[in-house]
Write a protein that binds this ligand. Structure first.
Ligand SMILES: [Zn+2]
Length: 306
């Protein structure tokens, strides 16, 4: 309530934008914990007004005299999490001096390559895996069931139950089941993203080049837009960016006018009439024949700021 009044005051004083309505029903439950009182013990922590709370793993150790910053407790529908930040010394790593290009896509999550394609790796689209597809089917069925239940209730002229719909046990149960399925899916997707980005950064090349995401995000095809949203390409970029910074790797974003997929990675010829359906790049000048995404990744690795 206090926050809402403050936001309104800021809007009136022309400091910030119009406050947005945020429903409590759909937002993630989380709250701030007083960091000065946060003490960690062996397998638990002590928080203000919370007392001792047991944790699944011990809290990370920090040097004496330092404190955890910005501790938050959040709930994702199944587990409670305590997240803290603290300062760490940056890790010194030896970099190889090479440049790495990443081509993001719809068919595959990412094709990674350096300038002579000796470090090529294709990261598959997790949403095409059996595990995710099965869960999505399950989710579809669960939502259909909920819809059927609520619809029949509304249509019934003589309701069997006199209480409101949200108090019905079966509806509540169904809502919870759907929430858990969503959680499972997001967990799988996030985990895969983290594994992928960490693996890419751990190759330890000196530079990572990526395409401006607007190029791919702007596609006005409904189905493509949905699969792009599921791939979380923006989250991918964010993770690559901060993980690269951790290792001291330079992160370069190429603007949309750089023709990464139309250029031949061998001779530099630009094929202007390249269609989206052409999965293999065949150069009309030098006759090079290679996968479209790999060609783009190599071009990105070769990118030098003009
Ligand atoms: Zn060529």
């Amino acid at each position: 309530m206090k926050d809402a009044a403050l936001a309104l005051q800021r809007y009136i004083n022309d400091i910030s934008d119009k406050p947005k309505f945020r429903s409590r029903k759909n937002s993630k439950i989380s709250f701030y914990v007083n960091y000065e009182r946060l003490k960690h013990t062996v397998n638990s922590f002590r928080g203000e007004k919370l007392g001792f709370v047991k944790t699944a793993t011990a809290l990370p150790k920090i040097p004496k005299g330092k404190k955890y910053v910005n501790p938050r407790i959040s709930f994702d529908g199944k587990h409670l999490y305590l997240s803290v930040s603290y300062e760490v010394e940056p890790t010194k790593v030896e970099l190889t001096g090479e440049s790495l290009g990443i081509d993001l896509g719809v068919k595959e999550l990412a094709v990674v390559s350096n300038h002579d394609a000796s470090r090529t790796k294709v990261y598959k689209n997790i949403n095409k895996s059996y595990k995710v597809r099965r869960l999505e089917k399950k989710l579809e069925r669960a939502s259909r069931k909920l819809e059927a239940n609520t619809k029949s209730y509304a249509k019934n002229c003589r309701p069997i139950l006199k209480r409101p719909l949200r108090e019905c046990r079966n509806i509540q149960k169904q809502h919870k089941a759907i929430k858990l399925l969503y959680k499972k899916l997001t967990d799988i997707r996030n985990n895969y993203l983290h594994q992928t980005t960490t693996e890419i950064v751990k190759i330890k090349l000196s530079q990572i080049v990526m395409e401006d995401l607007n190029v791919k995000g702007m596609i006005k095809n409904k189905h493509l837009a949905e699969s792009i949203a599921k791939q979380k390409l923006y989250e991918f970029k964010r993770q690559i960016q901060y993980k690269a910074e951790m290792y001291g790797i330079k992160f370069v974003e190429v603007d949309r006018f750089y023709a990464s997929s139309k250029t031949c990675s061998l001779c530099g010829h630009i094929k202007k009439d390249l269609k989206l359906s052409e999965r293999t790049y065949i150069c009309p000048i030098c006759g090079a024949k290679l996968d479209r995404d790999l060609n783009a990744a190599i071009n990105l690795a070769n990118y030098k700021k003009a």
